[in-house]
Ligand binder design. Structure first.
Ligand code: TRP
Ligand code: SF4
Length: 334
């Protein structure tokens, strides 16, 4: 154990969706980077959670896991100070999920807003499965098996975390005080819009990826949608409704540059290309160190799986200790 306080342990996970984009970087990874210097952090790949929806194509998981972990590492998630692992490598998550499923009322799961929403929205596959309904039960096991107190997630995960606290409380009520109730650390993330002005997302095909080469990043920003009212160079625009401004200038430019954009755009003094050119180098310089680290990592691909196995060993140590306490508390230590 390092000198950091395990009482403040942080845990978070992501489903392996392949390459990460700037939305993931500014929304999640930057917070992880900040937290890992101050807390005992566990970051894991939620491959079983991915299967709740991708169950018909599990073959894609291996590559998606690799790509995502390469992005974590190249962004600076440091296996020397954080524990990085794959969920399915630590079988105790599944054991705890079974036990938690005994005490989780169906009504809690059925009223979960994320569940109801996904059932309505996702049309290309059948999500009326036991596993999908139990998604938050597995997520609870992921968290409390490390007795994590802090869970940094985006607002979309807040209902799941609320359920996790309820399930932990119910366990403690039946069997004794084993688990802390995990706190949600809501990560206030900037609004990251994609090249078409909608939320940046892989499924919208509008994302700038951390692994995009510089010329691709440049092309994506150069062709990015702007204020639609600026049809001609001589039309004034409004930065407040322009995705280039809302996302790129807000995140990457300094105040004088933003002032220059606001003044130039609203008077048609500057053109959109000029405006975009001002921010492109800043995006590239953020990504440059990531690109270098990525090259090093990919030169030695075995290292990725080695890091994940070492993480598994550390995580398993903690998880198996917790499970001993759990079995004992429930009288299952025969
Ligand atoms: N459900 C989370 C997501 O989709 C991933 C996840 C699984 C998670 N288990 C977790 C996040 C435990 C935090 C803690 O992003
Ligand atoms: Fe957007 Fe800049 Fe063009 Fe104004 S000048 S519409 S802020 S890209």
């Amino acid at each position: 154990m390092t000198g950091r306080n395990p009482a403040g342990r942080v845990l978070s996970g992501m489903r392996p969706s392949g390459r990460l984009h700037l939305g993931h970087y500014h929304g999640v990874l930057q917070n992880w980077l900040r937290l890992q210097t101050e807390h005992d952090c566990f970051f894991f790949v939620a491959d079983w959670h991915a299967l709740t929806t991708e169950y018909s194509t599990p073959q894609g998981l291996r590559e998606n896991i690799k790509e995502m972990v390469v992005d974590w590492l190249s962004a600076g998630i440091d296996p020397e100070i954080s524990t990085i692992f794959v969920q399915s490598h630590v079988k105790e998550h599944a054991e705890l999920m079974v036990l938690l499923s005994m005490i989780t009322p169906l009504s809690w799961l059925e009223r979960n807003p994320t569940y109801k929403e996904q059932l309505k929205e996702v049309k290309d596959r059948d999500l009326h499965t036991y596993g999908f309904l139990g998604y938050p039960v597995l997520q609870t096991a992921d968290i409390i098996i490390y007795r994590a107190e802090n869970v940094p997630v985006g607002i979309d995960q807040a209902p799941h975390l609320e359920l996790s606290r309820e399930i932990a409380r119910r366990f403690n009520y039946f069997y004794g005080d084993i688990f802390p109730e995990p706190k949600t650390i809501l990560t206030s993330s900037p609004k990251v819009l994609g090249t078409d002005g909608r939320k940046m997302s892989k499924s919208y095909n509008n994302a700038v990826y951390l692994s995009d080469p510089p010329e691709v990043v440049e092309r994506k920003i150069r062709t990015m949608m702007t204020d639609p009212a600026r049809k001609r160079r001589t039309d004034p625009g409004n930065p407040d409704i322009c995705p280039v401004y809302i996302t790129f200038h807000t995140i990457y430019s300094d105040e004088p540059t933003r002032e220059w954009v606001r003044a130039g755009c609203t008077t048609a003094d500057i053109g959109c290309i000029e405006c975009k050119k001002a921010v492109i180098p800043r995006v590239l310089s953020l990504l440059e160190p990531l690109r270098k680290r990525r090259e090093e990592i990919l030169r030695e691909e075995d290292m990725i799986w080695r890091i994940l196995r070492e993480g598994r060993d550390k995580a398993s140590g903690v998880a198996s200790e917790t499970m001993k306490d759990v079995r004992k508390a429930m009288g299952l230590d025969y």
